[in-house]
Design a protein around this ligand. Structure first.
Ligand code: H79
Length: 435
């Protein structure tokens, strides 16, 4: 029986709080029509209409080792792949369904190859598994077009046996936790209406998962809805409360604390364009500099960022995603020390950027120039040991400018007369403090 234990919790969360940056991958049959992973629902397709993608799916360019290398070079420390999304199609070889990659032209267990590749690149292995299933006869559908389980052509399957579905779902989770070696993270999606917690048999499910994978980190969506927030603050949580909060497409305005004021672990999952699954016509990508700043924002508020890639029908990353990952990687290579193992700095947010901290080192992230010397708000002047530009170790002096007489309590750094930041995205000043 799993019981929450703070010490064990903090221990299993260590790598995750250090990692700060991971890759989400949405890939499945929906990558062929390429209008997002909800297509079977939003376009109200029957299973028969959707079947053509099953016939076609061949994973011809699926090279998970390359996926993992791209994640790693971008500075990501873990990956999460959709083992099964809402359409019910399994990338893994489940013995409880025929609706799986093994029975397509791909002809093999893609999850197995993925976990091996991710491990081989030294990254932590995560799997996404949805609680919903539009394929299974015993999963309820609704007429309401505004509902997450809206209007499937099969809706009105009133004779369903939901207990049978729950057994099926549990057996598949058991397979995932048994057949792929050590898993580092499980990402369940998602609860809604009264479909949450024990409706999923959640205590039983978690007991099984924790006994098979004692170290695995689990998200909170056995309990909360698709936006990933919900009742975050419980201090004596349910067994299925989860290890981290999973805000979707939002960075919490103020970070997240539990009722006793302890920082909660959280992870903002974020798309690069406006789709999770591949969308051939969505070219509206967030620029790499913006994503770097958003990652810094997450870390400065005590969270992680899980950045999504939606590979195409064949398994290739979209070229624009590759470019963005490379650009982020170049910055991370120089500035990763201000991300990994860092958290909130406990000083005021400066106008020009944000601050992260690890131990006695404060990282002042400059997203834009200051006019005049750079105020390092919140630091005790007498404790400043040294200031360096993180990217190249360049020594930055504490300013001895006239402004000191006007602001006796503020430490200023002097970047010199150059009006342009050496890195226009985020120039990081590492400030080491004495005890
Ligand atoms: O896997 C990704 C999403 O497919 C999944 N979570 C992330 C990680 C997710 N599924 N549902 N939700 C999130 C929330 C529900 C959104 C909906 Fe809609 C609003 C369902 C119906 C209206 C978005 C817009 C999807 C279809 C139309």
């Amino acid at each position: 029986m799993y019981q929450f234990n703070r010490e064990e919790y903090e221990k299993r969360m260590e790598w995750y709080r250090d990692a700060r940056f991971g890759m989400f991958i949405h890939w499945g049959l929906y990558s062929i029509p390429a209008r997002g992973e909800w297509i079977r629902s939003t376009e109200e397709m029957t299973i028969e209409e959707y079947q053509k993608y099953f016939e076609e799916f061949d994973a011809r360019d699926f090279k998970p080792r390359e996926w993992a290398r791209m994640a790693k070079q971008a500075g990501m420390k873990y990956m999460v792949l959709t083992a099964k999304h809402h359409d019910g199609f399994c990338l893994f070889d489940s013995k409880y369904t025929e609706y799986k990659a093994t029975n397509t032209k791909a002809g093999r267990d893609l999850v197995k190859e993925y976990v091996e590749a991710v491990r081989a690149e030294g990254l932590k292995v995560g799997l996404y598994f949805t609680l919903l299933d539009w394929y299974h006869d015993d999963y309820p559908h609704y007429q309401d077009r505004n509902h997450p389980m809206r209007n499937h052509p099969e809706c009105g399957n009133e004779n369903r046996d939901f207990d049978r579905y729950i057994e099926y779902m549990h057996r598949q989770v058991e397979e995932i936790c048994t057949n792929y070696g050590q898993l580092d993270l499980l990402w369940f999606d998602f609860s809604y209406d009264d479909m949450r917690g024990e409706k999923w048999g959640a205590t039983r499910l978690i007991n099984m998962v924790r006994s098979l994978q004692p170290q695995v980190i689990i998200d909170n969506r056995l309990e909360v809805s698709g936006e990933g927030m919900g009742s975050l603050a419980e201090c004596s949580p349910t067994p299925y409360h989860g290890d981290f909060v999973s805000p979707e497409q939002i960075i919490p305005p103020n970070g997240l604390l539990d009722k006793e004021g302890r920082p909660l672990a959280w992870e903002a999952c974020v798309t690069m364009n406006n789709h999770w699954g591949y969308c051939g016509t969505d070219h509206f990508y967030k620029p790499a500099p913006m994503l770097i700043k958003k990652l810094v924002e997450c870390v400065s508020k005590g969270g992680n960022m899980l950045l999504n890639v939606g590979p195409d029908a064949y398994g290739n990353f979209p070229p624009r995603s590759v470019e963005i990952l490379e650009e982020i990687g170049r910055w991370m290579k120089k500035n990763g020390d201000s991300i990994y193992g860092c958290g909130p700095a406990g000083v005021p947010k400066p106008d020009y950027g944000r601050v992260t901290r690890k131990g006695n080192t404060y990282y002042f992230h400059m997203f834009e120039n200051t006019i005049g010397p750079v105020p390092l708000l919140g630091l005790d002047k007498s404790r400043v040991k040294k200031i360096r530009a993180l990217a190249d170790g360049y020594e930055i002096p504490v300013s001895d400018s006239w402004v000191h007489s006007d602001y006796p309590d503020i430490v200023f750094a002097s970047l010199g007369p150059d009006p342009v930041l050496p890195d226009p995205t985020d120039y990081v000043l590492a400030v080491e403090m004495n005890e």
